[in-house]
Every structure is written in C-alpha cells, then in structure tokens.
Write a protein that binds this ligand. Sequence first.
Ligand SMILES: O=C(O)COP(=O)(O)O
Ligand SMILES: [Mg+2]
Length: 256
Amino acid sequence: MSAVASLTARPRRSASVRTGHPNSAGAPRPTVVFDLDGTLVDTAPDLAGSLNHCLTLAGLEPTTLAEVRPDAGRGAQAMLRAAYARAGRPLPVDELAGQTARFLEHYTANIAEASTLYPGVALALDRLAADGSILAVCTNKTEALAVRLLDALGLSPRFAAICGADTFACRKPDPVHLHGTIDRAGGHRAHAVLVGDSETDMEAARRAFVPGILVSFGYDAGAPVRAMASATIDNFGELEPRLLDRLTSAFIPRPL
Ligand SMILES: O=C(O)COP(=O)(O)O
Ligand SMILES: [Mg+2]
C-alpha cells in the first residue's frame, strides 16, 4: 500500500462532537493547545507601542522592537524592568506599579493595532479542525486580554477554550493551567499537545506530562528551550495530524 493510500485509509476523526472521547471509529481526538504571544500572534509591535508610551511619559527614550522582542512573552513588568535597566534608571516599586497600570490601560485600548497572525496560522487551524482536533488557547495574558485580542483578529470562535493567567489558581508553567485548559475544552489529557514559544511553555508541558511543540519563530527559541521540546516546528505547515499522532501515541515524559 502506498504512503498516500495508507494515510487516506486511516479512519477520519469526527469533528461534530466537542469531546475528547474516542469517536465512533475509535480514533481519539487530539487536543491542540496553543500559547498566544509569540506562537499564534506576533504581539511584540503593540507591546512595544505600549511600553514606549510609558517610557516617553517618564522622560525616557523609546525602545526598539528588536530590544523588546526577547521579553515580549514575559509580561508588562518584565518589559518595563528591562527597559529601565537598559536606560540605567532605577525603577522603584511604586513607579513600577504605576507604569504597569498605565501600560495595561494603553495596551487594552491598542491591542490589535499592529499585531499579526504568524504565517499559516489560519490554514493550520482549519486543517486541524477538519481533522477533528479540539483547539484551545493557554496563555499568560489575562483571560480578558486574550479574548479581546482573539476577538479582534476573528479567531475566538475557533477555540473550545481560551484560558489566561487568571483563569485558574495558577498560571504556566504550573501544570494546573494546562490541564485546566484541556479539561475546559472537553479534551483528553492523554491525547493533548502544547504548542508554544518559550521555556515557560515547554516547562508547563513537561510538568503536565504533555508533549511540547516549540515554534522556532517565537520570542524564546534558544538551544536550552529546544532541548526541552518534544518537537520543534519552523512554520505552521509542519503542524500536521501525523506529527500529533506520532507525539501523542509515543510520548514518554522526560524525567524531572
Ligand atoms: O503575556 C504574557 O505574559 C505571555 O503570554 P503567552 O503566554 O501567550 O506567551
Ligand atoms: Mg508565548
């Protein structure tokens, strides 16, 4: 039998029921959980815009996108701390608190001005959904900001669950966040993967006993993170059902 014939002979998964239990053909439906910043969406331009809004009001020079990008997935406080450090200016606790509130207010109002989907995201989500995968988002943005961004980009209806840093008691890398997302999506923990761009994501996957797929184009894809990943993809064309089947069927958690 040719490779094509053997693939087409494989039972198709039913996309009609939102549950992780096997469909009538007996095939388990994979749950594909995505990180947001640096994985589905390049949010660095809008994050840099909000950071520069804060820096300018504090009398500091604006920072460049290249300087912001490595910290773009680490939250507002990390970006502010790094920018003040680059400028050689101390950042007392009360100023950090005020600047964080200012950052979030500006970012909420400008969340989808210059943020863009990474190439191939929409097609990959179509393809995975057509194959019967359950799709979900697990991000360390707050849930409200994540929903706001995904709404603005027209992506929200594609996901069975969108869970943020404040959805559960714990956030990534705590496995509670990833397990809760899978559960809320109606998925099955033994047939799930996490697609992410950072050490936080790969650590969350490892602690949740779920394969972690690293995207090499995100904000944090250095050698240490690659070593933690079960697989690395260079574009969304590589996120294929065959890869998910291979990872979920042969997954042996790495030792702690
Ligand atoms: O906003 C953050 O802190 C990071 O968001 P992410 O988990 O979607 O990368
Ligand atoms: Mg990220």
